[in-house]
Design a protein around this ligand. Structure first.
Ligand code: SF4
Length: 384
């Protein structure tokens, strides 16, 4: 069925990266650029040209991320999605098609158009319900815009709506969170992603932190907010199926579950990463370099790596431990192609099991309540 030897197998999940945003948020380290003055139409053409060469047929899931894909006009979205349908047939195959959005670029007409074009799940970046925090973040929307966008999405036909939130920003505390989080949940989202603010390298936030212009929250407060997030979401029927991702049973993000299972996927668009057959590769980040490669019919990849079984095994633990169900060591060995008797990942896990940070249950290994707040550090140990 696959027309090109470079094409991933039929059914492989597809990620499409659209890098444009209304403005660059101060904490953001994704490849995203302000849309003003950019050739968005030409970028849609280039995405379709790359898809023509590389997108898998009949992907199981599709995710439009960025950037802010909702920033595209209805006409641009129509061209993009109809084009992808022609190339991949995703409307008949995808069990979950998600598009990331921000409040300033969602209205009822756009939501209706997206539903009609085959998008079934909308993710909206609320990030905060505090005006001062939105301003500090460099967000271009206000608090009420987020609520308006949610209602517009629902009126436009979306039932599966995710809300993105960031807690533990400067000035954030448990008192405000106790009001704000239930206010978001009262809208009835089917999924919530709630991350503690991170000071990523090469962001304005990390520069401001180094210059002393902003302060990170003390560890105890971040931990208190972490526990509060889980408790409040649990009270509203949301399962913490991943360290920072919450949904009532049956509403988990299937596209992202595949990432955490270290499964295969194809990414198209600038900076997008693909993982097929144990080989990982990333596209050129800069829009101009990626577009030039597409235009000239050259490979869009800027880097690639093929992991040895030991590395694949460690990576699968690193990703899988983030899930509340944890990992099945035997299954990970099989996927990684690790054939030796001793399992190096079990040796890494042993001290964490002894300390009560990991536990074994029904043949799986997972984080304990004590280990959860240390998820990043524990899972990173498996990459060594
Ligand atoms: S809207 Fe999202 S992708 Fe765009 S700059 Fe802000 S955080 Fe980054």
């Amino acid at each position: 069925m696959n027309a090109s030897p470079n094409r991933a197998p039929t059914g492989t999940p597809l990620y499409v990266h659209l890098p444009f945003c209304a403005a660059k948020c101060h904490y953001c380290d994704f490849y995203s650029i302000a849309a003003e003055g950019q050739d968005v139409d030409g970028t849609v053409d280039a995405v379709l040209a790359e898809a023509e060469r590389r997108a898998p047929r009949e992907p199981r899931t599709v995710f439009f991320g960025g950037g802010t894909p909702s920033l595209l006009s209805i006409e641009q979205l129509r061209r993009l999605l109809d084009g992808l349908e022609r190339i991949t047939g995703f409307r008949g195959s995808s069990v979950e098609t998600t598009l990331e959005s921000n409040p300033e670029s969602v209205d009822r007409d756009k939501a209706e158009a997206l539903r009609e074009l085959g998008v079934g799940r909308l993710s909206i970046g609320f990030q905060s319900l505090e005006p001062a925090t939105l301003e500090l973040f460099g967000r271009v929307h206000g608090v009420e815009d987020s609520f308006r966008a949610f209602e517009a999405a629902r009126a436009g036909g979306f039932d599966e709506i995710n809300v993105d939130l960031i807690y533990a920003a400067p000035g954030h505390d448990e008192e405000r969170w106790a009001v704000d989080l239930p206010r978001v949940l009262a809208l009835g989202p089917k999924h919530v992603s709630a991350y503690a603010l991170a000071f990523e390298e090469e962001t304005l936030f990390s520069k401001w932190l180094a210059e002393g212009k902003i302060q990170a929250q003390p560890e105890e407060r971040e931990l208190a907010l972490f526990h509060q997030t889980r408790r409040v979401l649990a009270e509203h029927g949301f399962e913490a199926y991943e360290v920072s991702n919450f949904a009532p049973s049956g509403h988990e993000c299937r596209h992202n579950l595949n990432y955490w299972a270290n499964g295969p996927y194809v990414g198209i668009g600038p900076s997008a990463v693909s993982h097929v057959g144990g080989r990982r590769a990333g596209n050129h980040k800069a829009l101009a370099a990626w577009r030039a490669a597409v235009r000239d019919g050259r490979s869009t990849e800027a880097w690639d790596e093929t992991l040895a079984p030991r590395e694949r095994l460690g990576e699968s633990w690193w990703l899988g431990l983030r899930l509340s169900r944890g990992v099945d060591p035997a299954a990970l060995r099989a996927v990684a192609g690790w054939r030796e008797d001793d399992d190096p990942a079990l040796a890494v896990a042993a001290p964490f099991l002894d300390e009560g940070l990991l536990e074994e249950a029904a043949g799986r290994v997972r984080l304990t309540a004590k280990g959860l707040p240390l998820a990043d550090a524990i899972s990173r140990a498996f990459l060594a």
